[in-house]
Design a protein around this ligand. Structure first.
Ligand code: CP
Length: 317
């Protein structure tokens, strides 16, 4: 690994290595993650051009647990507000001896573009680009499934709601298929399911009750209104009636099914509070697992980058 931009096309071995590495950081008491010196002397810059609570905070905590120095650039107070371009901002941050940029951006492809422009010394981690990918979210979700269900192989997983605008769903589908899930069901109104979804290996369902049958894992998504342009939408109350996860609906899945949500949750729109806070919910475990997964991705990217630099030095001698 050098950059971590997407789960698409990554091997089962690599995804499993990320999960195993993350597991190794979780202390046996399950109440904490270990502090390790793997990124001592390295500088990580959190660059969030879009709002975030969970991703930004857990990247910061993960960098600190890896003993890195972390800089959180407040974009709203940065010189981008004075017209500085994205690349000028990045080149200036590079000049401050940065080793890694964690980037969230509203434009799909932003992290790939940045990775193609920065010097080889800087690793790029995608913290969510437009509706394209959110790979660390998908990996913390895989870790959560593995820790609660023992394995991902053979599991039936339903991803429910606004799939069309969801970078999380795309990254989850790639990871779930690669890691051997038996079936990935995407569930929602036709207006919120991408036309190409079955090409990714997922099965489209418009009937939520049917989709819940035999499910091991139910992943709820919010309506991502900030990315909607003229989407034909049911009202929030209609949406809840058809695709909201209530206690009654949850009873249609396997009795030990787990309920997940990447957050932020909209209570009463896609999920009932009694379910979000109930015994089958692992939503806050997902947040905790984000620290270990982000530590794993950052440590592996830095190690991969150092190997490439050593190789380049040897080749030039
Ligand atoms: N899941 C997620 O990306 O949450 P934030 O927007 O709070 O980072």
């Amino acid at each position: 690994l050098k950059h971590f931009l997407t789960t698409e096309g990554l091997s089962k071995e690599l995804l499993t290595e990320i999960l195993d590495t993350a597991d190794s950081f979780i202390s046996t008491q399950e109440r904490d993650v270990k502090k390790v010196p793997l990124l001592r002397g390295k500088t990580v810059v959190n660059l969030f051009f879009e709002n975030s609570t969970r991703t930004r905070s857990t990247f910061e905590l993960a960098a600190k647990r890896l003993s890195a120095d972390i800089l959180n650039l407040d974009i709203s107070k940065s010189a981008t507000a004075k017209g500085e371009t994205l690349m000028d901002t990045l080149w200036n941050l590079e000049a401050m001896y940065s080793d890694m940029f964690v980037v969230r951006h509203a434009d799909s492809g932003a992290a790939h573009f940045i990775a193609s422009q920065v010097t080889p010394n800087v690793a790029i981690i995608n913290a969510g680009d437009g509706r394209h990918a959110h790979p660390t979210q998908a990996m913390l979700d895989m870790l959560t499934i593995r820790r609660h269900k023992g394995q991902i192989e053979g599991k039936v997983v339903a991803i429910v709601g606004d799939i069309l605008h969801s970078r999380v769903a795309r990254s989850q589908i790639h990871a779930l298929k690669t890691l051997g899930a038996a079936e990935v069901r995407v569930v929602g109104p036709a207006t919120l399911l991408p036309r190409d979804i079955e090409a990714l290996g997922a099965k489209a369902y418009y009937d939520f009750n049917l989709a819940l049958r035999d499910c091991d894992v139910i992943i709820m998504l919010r309506l991502q209104k900030e990315r909607m342009q003229n989407a034909l939408l049911p009202s929030e109350s209609e949406f809840y009636k058809l695709y909201g996860l209530s206690t009654e609906k949850l009873a249609l899945a396997k009795p030990d099914a787990i309920v997940m949500h990447p957050g932020p949750i909209n209570r009463g729109v896609e999920i009932e509070s009694a379910v979000a806070d109930g015994p089958q919910s692992v939503i806050l475990n997902q947040v905790s697992n984000g620290i270990a997964v982000r530590m794993a991705v950052m440590a592996m990217a830095m190690s991969g980058q150092q190997s490439m630099q050593q190789q380049a030095q040897q080749d030039s001698q």
